[in-house]
Design a binder for this molecule. Structure first.
Ligand SMILES: [Zn+2]
Length: 124
């Protein structure tokens, strides 16, 4: 169910390198499932923290709110990045992209020069 897409990386200047990302694009059912899962985790924590004396005044509403926040974020997410590879446009070091939520532009920090490498979908 994953697909491989071509990307173009930059470090906020006119140098570009190419690479690819292996992604899984969510359909609406996936999005709802992801959102509900996050809601369940955070609201579960919220309910558990009712048992913690004093802190529950803070933790219960906090986790309740975080539930909404992450559920929304999960729902807005287009999918998931499974893996990927590109080269740093600044120093040329190979950059491996780890698993994460797919939100354009995908960013990764270069391990060699610490620059934030932005990856954007290559226009066909
Ligand atoms: Zn670099």
């Amino acid at each position: 169910m994953s697909e491989r897409i071509e990307i173009e990386s930059n470090v906020m200047d006119d140098r570009h390198t190419s690479g690819y990302l292996e992604i899984k694009v969510f359909n609406p059912a996936d999005k709802t499932r992801t959102a509900l899962k996050k809601l369940a985790i955070w609201w579960g924590l919220s309910i558990l923290s009712i048992l913690i004396p004093v802190f529950h005044f803070v933790l219960v509403p906090l986790f309740f709110f975080l539930g909404f926040f992450f559920a929304r974020k999960g729902y807005m997410s287009e999918g998931q990045v499974l893996s990927g590879q590109t080269a740093c446009p600044h120093c040329g070091t190979e950059i491996k992209v780890g698993k994460g939520e797919l939100n354009w532009p995908v960013t990764e920090i270069c391990q060699s020069c610490a620059r934030v490498v932005r990856m954007e979908k290559k226009e066909a």
